[in-house]
Design a protein around this ligand. Sequence first.
Ligand code: SAM
Length: 167
Amino acid sequence: MTVVQSPVPILQNSVEFAAMLDLYRAAAPKRVLEIGTYHGGTLYHWLQNATDGATIVTVDSYRTGVDNRDLYPHWTPDGVTLHVIDGDSRDPNTVAQVALKEATIACKAEARGKKVKWLARRKYVYQCVAEALKGRPSMDIWQLRKGVNMKGLQGQRPGEWGCDPMC
Ligand SMILES: C[S@@+](CC[C@H](N)C(=O)[O-])C[C@H]1O[C@@H](n2cnc3c(N)ncnc32)[C@H](O)[C@@H]1O
Protein backbone atom coordinates (compact mmCIF):
# COMPACT_ATOMS: atom_id res chain seq x y z
CA MET A 1 0.00 0.00 0.00
CA THR A 2 1.16 3.52 -0.81
CA VAL A 3 2.47 5.90 1.87
CA VAL A 4 0.63 9.20 1.42
CA GLN A 5 2.61 12.42 1.86
CA SER A 6 1.27 15.85 0.93
CA PRO A 7 2.96 19.26 0.68
CA VAL A 8 -0.04 20.80 2.47
CA PRO A 9 -2.30 19.44 5.22
CA ILE A 10 -4.66 16.67 4.20
CA LEU A 11 -7.76 15.99 6.24
CA GLN A 12 -8.05 12.27 5.68
CA ASN A 13 -7.30 9.10 7.61
CA SER A 14 -3.97 8.04 6.06
CA VAL A 15 -4.80 4.32 5.82
CA GLU A 16 -8.20 5.00 4.27
CA PHE A 17 -6.78 7.55 1.87
CA ALA A 18 -3.95 5.23 0.76
CA ALA A 19 -6.58 2.61 -0.12
CA MET A 20 -8.62 5.28 -1.89
CA LEU A 21 -5.60 6.32 -3.95
CA ASP A 22 -4.98 2.73 -5.00
CA LEU A 23 -8.57 2.58 -6.26
CA TYR A 24 -8.14 5.94 -7.98
CA ARG A 25 -5.03 4.80 -9.85
CA ALA A 26 -6.69 1.56 -10.87
CA ALA A 27 -9.83 3.35 -12.13
CA ALA A 28 -7.76 6.04 -13.90
CA PRO A 29 -10.74 8.40 -14.32
CA LYS A 30 -10.65 10.91 -17.16
CA ARG A 31 -13.01 13.30 -15.35
CA VAL A 32 -12.76 14.07 -11.65
CA LEU A 33 -14.92 16.38 -9.52
CA GLU A 34 -13.87 17.24 -5.97
CA ILE A 35 -16.10 19.30 -3.68
CA GLY A 36 -14.11 20.71 -0.77
CA THR A 37 -10.51 21.59 -1.65
CA TYR A 38 -9.49 23.27 1.65
CA HIS A 39 -5.64 23.20 1.80
CA GLY A 40 -5.52 21.08 -1.35
CA GLY A 41 -4.22 17.95 0.37
CA THR A 42 -6.43 15.55 -1.56
CA LEU A 43 -6.30 17.66 -4.73
CA TYR A 44 -2.50 17.26 -4.78
CA HIS A 45 -2.91 13.48 -5.02
CA TRP A 46 -5.74 13.59 -7.58
CA LEU A 47 -3.42 15.68 -9.76
CA GLN A 48 -0.19 13.77 -9.20
CA ASN A 49 -1.87 10.44 -9.86
CA ALA A 50 -4.10 11.57 -12.70
CA THR A 51 -4.05 9.71 -15.97
CA ASP A 52 -2.80 11.53 -19.07
CA GLY A 53 -5.61 13.59 -20.61
CA ALA A 54 -7.64 13.76 -17.39
CA THR A 55 -9.58 16.87 -16.37
CA ILE A 56 -10.01 17.64 -12.70
CA VAL A 57 -12.53 20.14 -11.35
CA THR A 58 -12.23 21.21 -7.73
CA VAL A 59 -14.81 23.37 -5.94
CA ASP A 60 -14.45 25.33 -2.70
CA SER A 61 -16.12 28.38 -1.23
CA TYR A 62 -12.78 29.52 0.26
CA ARG A 63 -14.70 30.89 3.23
CA THR A 64 -12.25 29.36 5.71
CA GLY A 65 -9.49 31.78 4.70
CA VAL A 66 -7.27 28.89 3.58
CA ASP A 67 -6.37 29.47 -0.06
CA ASN A 68 -3.48 27.66 -1.76
CA ARG A 69 -4.63 28.30 -5.31
CA ASP A 70 -1.20 29.64 -6.26
CA LEU A 71 0.27 26.17 -5.62
CA TYR A 72 -2.11 24.14 -7.79
CA PRO A 73 -0.45 24.87 -11.15
CA HIS A 74 2.84 23.50 -9.76
CA TRP A 75 1.08 20.25 -8.89
CA THR A 76 -0.60 19.82 -12.27
CA PRO A 77 1.33 17.49 -14.60
CA ASP A 78 1.55 18.14 -18.34
CA GLY A 79 -1.38 16.47 -20.03
CA VAL A 80 -3.70 17.06 -17.06
CA THR A 81 -6.19 19.96 -16.99
CA LEU A 82 -7.31 21.57 -13.76
CA HIS A 83 -10.36 23.82 -13.31
CA VAL A 84 -10.70 25.59 -9.97
CA ILE A 85 -14.18 26.85 -9.08
CA ASP A 86 -14.67 29.37 -6.30
CA GLY A 87 -18.20 28.88 -4.99
CA ASP A 88 -20.58 27.03 -2.72
CA SER A 89 -21.60 23.69 -4.22
CA ARG A 90 -25.24 24.38 -3.23
CA ASP A 91 -25.33 27.66 -5.14
CA PRO A 92 -27.06 27.26 -8.55
CA ASN A 93 -24.36 29.46 -10.11
CA THR A 94 -21.66 27.03 -8.95
CA VAL A 95 -23.69 24.07 -10.24
CA ALA A 96 -24.02 25.87 -13.57
CA GLN A 97 -20.27 26.51 -13.77
CA VAL A 98 -19.50 22.84 -13.07
CA ALA A 99 -22.12 21.65 -15.58
CA LEU A 100 -20.67 23.98 -18.20
CA LYS A 101 -17.11 22.74 -17.62
CA GLU A 102 -18.22 19.11 -17.75
CA ALA A 103 -20.28 19.63 -20.91
CA THR A 104 -17.44 21.52 -22.62
CA ILE A 105 -14.93 18.78 -21.83
CA ALA A 106 -17.26 16.05 -23.08
CA CYS A 107 -18.21 17.96 -26.24
CA LYS A 108 -14.58 18.74 -27.14
CA ALA A 109 -13.74 15.05 -26.74
CA GLU A 110 -16.74 14.13 -28.89
CA ALA A 111 -15.65 16.58 -31.60
CA ARG A 112 -12.13 15.12 -31.58
CA GLY A 113 -13.49 11.55 -31.61
CA LYS A 114 -15.74 12.32 -34.58
CA LYS A 115 -12.83 14.04 -36.30
CA VAL A 116 -14.90 17.17 -36.88
CA LYS A 117 -12.79 19.44 -39.04
CA TRP A 118 -11.04 22.25 -37.19
CA LEU A 119 -13.04 25.12 -38.72
CA ALA A 120 -16.34 23.44 -37.83
CA ARG A 121 -15.34 22.46 -34.31
CA ARG A 122 -16.27 25.70 -32.55
CA LYS A 123 -19.83 25.52 -33.87
CA TYR A 124 -20.01 21.81 -33.13
CA VAL A 125 -18.91 22.33 -29.50
CA TYR A 126 -21.32 25.27 -28.94
CA GLN A 127 -24.24 23.24 -30.25
CA CYS A 128 -23.22 20.16 -28.31
CA VAL A 129 -22.91 22.16 -25.04
CA ALA A 130 -26.29 23.85 -25.62
CA GLU A 131 -27.85 20.44 -26.23
CA ALA A 132 -26.22 18.97 -23.10
CA LEU A 133 -27.47 21.81 -20.91
CA LYS A 134 -30.95 22.00 -22.45
CA GLY A 135 -32.47 20.07 -19.55
CA ARG A 136 -31.42 22.78 -17.10
CA PRO A 137 -34.06 25.48 -17.55
CA SER A 138 -32.50 27.63 -14.81
CA MET A 139 -29.41 28.11 -16.97
CA ASP A 140 -29.21 30.85 -19.55
CA ILE A 141 -27.56 28.96 -22.40
CA TRP A 142 -26.68 32.11 -24.34
CA GLN A 143 -25.02 33.64 -21.32
CA LEU A 144 -23.23 30.39 -20.57
CA ARG A 145 -22.10 30.12 -24.17
CA LYS A 146 -19.74 33.00 -23.48
CA GLY A 147 -18.12 30.84 -20.81
CA VAL A 148 -17.36 27.91 -23.11
CA ASN A 149 -13.60 27.61 -23.16
CA MET A 150 -12.50 26.82 -26.70
CA LYS A 151 -8.83 26.55 -25.76
CA GLY A 152 -7.21 23.36 -26.96
CA LEU A 153 -9.64 22.84 -29.80
CA GLN A 154 -6.79 23.03 -32.28
CA GLY A 155 -4.61 20.41 -32.00
CA GLN A 156 -9.04 22.74 -19.51
CA ARG A 157 -17.06 21.56 11.78
CA PRO A 158 -16.13 25.28 11.07
CA GLY A 159 -12.50 25.70 11.95
CA GLU A 160 -11.04 22.23 12.24
CA TRP A 161 -12.63 20.72 9.13
CA GLY A 162 -13.26 23.93 7.30
CA CYS A 163 -16.90 23.01 6.94
CA ASP A 164 -19.96 24.99 7.81
CA PRO A 165 -22.57 23.25 9.99
CA MET A 166 -24.18 21.75 6.87
CA CYS A 167 -20.96 20.07 5.78
C1 SAM B 1 -12.99 18.60 5.04
S1 SAM B 1 -12.38 19.98 4.15
C2 SAM B 1 -11.81 19.27 2.66
C3 SAM B 1 -10.57 18.50 2.88
C4 SAM B 1 -9.75 18.20 1.68
N1 SAM B 1 -10.49 17.53 0.61
C5 SAM B 1 -8.59 17.35 2.11
O1 SAM B 1 -8.81 16.27 2.65
O2 SAM B 1 -7.46 17.76 1.92
C6 SAM B 1 -13.84 20.80 3.70
C7 SAM B 1 -13.72 21.96 2.67
O3 SAM B 1 -14.95 21.98 2.01
C8 SAM B 1 -15.33 23.31 1.78
N2 SAM B 1 -16.78 23.29 1.73
C9 SAM B 1 -17.66 22.88 2.69
N3 SAM B 1 -18.91 22.96 2.26
C10 SAM B 1 -18.83 23.42 0.97
C11 SAM B 1 -19.79 23.70 -0.03
N4 SAM B 1 -21.08 23.52 0.19
N5 SAM B 1 -19.35 24.16 -1.23
C12 SAM B 1 -18.04 24.35 -1.48
N6 SAM B 1 -17.08 24.09 -0.58
C13 SAM B 1 -17.47 23.64 0.63
C14 SAM B 1 -14.79 24.11 2.93
O4 SAM B 1 -14.58 25.47 2.55
C15 SAM B 1 -13.50 23.37 3.22
O5 SAM B 1 -12.42 24.00 2.56
